[in-house]
Design a protein around this ligand. Structure first.
Ligand SMILES: [Zn+2]
Length: 172
């Protein structure tokens, strides 16, 4: 008579769990709150547009985006790539500078500001429609924006990252 052996795997030993935990880095756990400094030269309504854009992000971010000091600088200048690429807003990660063309009309200024502040929050461009699409900025967050936000750990953790965090015991 044949017997079927069912192996009970159970919990892997501690060193296997440790290695797994080290491999599965939890992006959300090391997330730094975004902070930017708005330099002089913007009009009052442009300041308000920046504040509105920041509070729009704060509706979805895990940690609030602040415009009162920080490692990012927002300057009222035509972006360096304006001549060659036609950018009216640009985020230069190396120097942590955000260029916003000060001559934009109010509505467009807000749309561009919302997109660039997304970069401050750590998001990259998305291919589908949304605030973080580089070719057709939206004024409302799309599922694509939120997915990217979760991917970089700026918005609440996605299910997979939450699982990684639980495994590591690093997130609450
Ligand atoms: Zn961009």
């Amino acid at each position: 008579m044949k017997s079927i052996v069912v192996r009970d795997v159970g919990q892997p030993p501690w060193f296997v769990r440790l290695i797994l935990a080290l491999i599965l880095a939890c992006v959300g756990c090391s997330y730094v709150p975004p902070r930017a400094f708005v330099t002089d030269g913007f009009t009052r309504s442009q300041h308000e547009a920046l504040e509105r854009a920041a509070s729009k992000w704060n509706g979805v971010l895990r940690q609030p985006l602040s415009l009162e000091g920080g490692s990012w600088t927002i300057v009222p200048q035509t972006p360096p790539d304006f001549e060659s690429k036609g950018y009216v807003g640009e985020t230069v990660h190396g120097t942590r500078t955000i260029y916003l063309a000060p001559w934009l009309d109010e509505e467009r200024f807000y749309v561009i500001a919302l997109h660039e502040l997304g970069h401050v929050a750590g998001l990259h461009h998305i291919a589908g429609s949304g605030v973080m699409n580089p070719n057709g900025y939206a004024v409302e967050f799309t599922p694509g924006d939120i997915e990217e936000c979760q991917r970089v750990g700026a918005c609440g953790l996605s299910e997979i990252d939450a699982a990684k965090c639980r495994l590591q015991g690093a997130c609450d």
